[in-house]
Design a protein around this ligand. Structure first.
Ligand code: PGA
Length: 253
């Protein structure tokens, strides 16, 4: 399976001009990459202006209805129409700041998959939950609720990706040790397998060029979700190169 790298720009940058220049730097830095899949997730309003050959586009959220009186929302079909391939659902920043519940996340996930979008579902425990030793319980509950009724979709379930993102590691520089991430990712894979899903599972949380190889060297870790470091084209290129290195090492062994 190809490693998958998601660049989550979050609510950055603040002008289209800057977004285009960031995108153009990516274009220069990342050429002829075949062995890994790279997805850029800019804010909604830049999606229609940014189109690149080697890179795919993702959105950071979507609503659960395709059309109608839902002020301020963006629908899965609107994203499809723009050529967007992926959508992030259930990011912890949306859970925390926007009050997104697992029920809402489940509705969004089903609607997005139904429309043909590929979904990156984010799950992970808070620091308090980790300290309490209940991180597996937490992700299991999130999976149960967020993936409810997914079996009924039949054909689209292969489009699901899960990102294990411990909340305490996001934007803190305090990344999860690769062995710990591996244990959680294996646990998540076991759970999704029991739902008859064969999903890629990524790691996310303070990924940078120094720590990325530690994750992707494991065949079980299918890639990374990169936030802050994806806003710096030079750093992002280093991350990509580290991943390509690990991929070619694994092909040789
Ligand atoms: P970070 O963000 O890489 O800046 O920690 C990751 C994320 O929010 O998905």
């Amino acid at each position: 399976m190809k490693k998958l790298i998601i660049a989550n720009w979050k609510m950055n940058p603040i002008s289209l001009k800057e977004a285009e220049s960031l995108f153009n730097s990516f274009k220069k830095e990342i050429k002829n990459i075949k062995d890994i899949e790279i997805v850029i997730c800019p804010p909604f309003i830049y999606l229609s202006d940014l189109k690149l050959k080697n890179l795919k586009l993702g959105a950071q959220n979507c609503f659960w209805k395709n059309q109608g009186a839902y002020t301020g929302e963006i629908s899965p079909l609107m994203l499809k129409d723009l050529g967007v391939e992926y959508v992030i659902i259930g990011h912890s920043e949306r859970r925390n700041y926007l009050g997104e519940t697992d029920e809402m996340i489940n509705k969004k996930l089903l609607a997005a998959l139904e429309s043909g979008l590929k979904v990156i579902l984010c799950i992970g425990e808070t620091l308090e939950q980790k300290k309490g030793g209940i991180q597996k319980k937490v992700v299991q509950k999130q999976l149960n609720l967020d993936l409810k009724e997914i079996k009924n979709l039949k054909f689209k379930i292969k489009n699901l990706v899960v990102a294990y993102e411990p909340v305490w590691a996001i934007g803190t520089g305090n990344y999860c040790q690769p062995e710990e991430a591996l244990e959680m990712i294996n646990f998540i894979k076991l759970k999704t397998k029991s739902l008859k899903l064969k999903t890629k599972v990524l790691y996310g949380g303070s990924v940078d060029a120094k720590n990325v190889a530690g994750y992707v060297k494991y065949p079980e870790i299918d890639g990374a979700l990169v936030g802050g470091a994806s806003l710096n084209p030079t750093e992002f290129k280093k991350i990509i190169n580290k991943i390509i290195n690990e991929v070619s090492k694994s092909l040789k062994t």
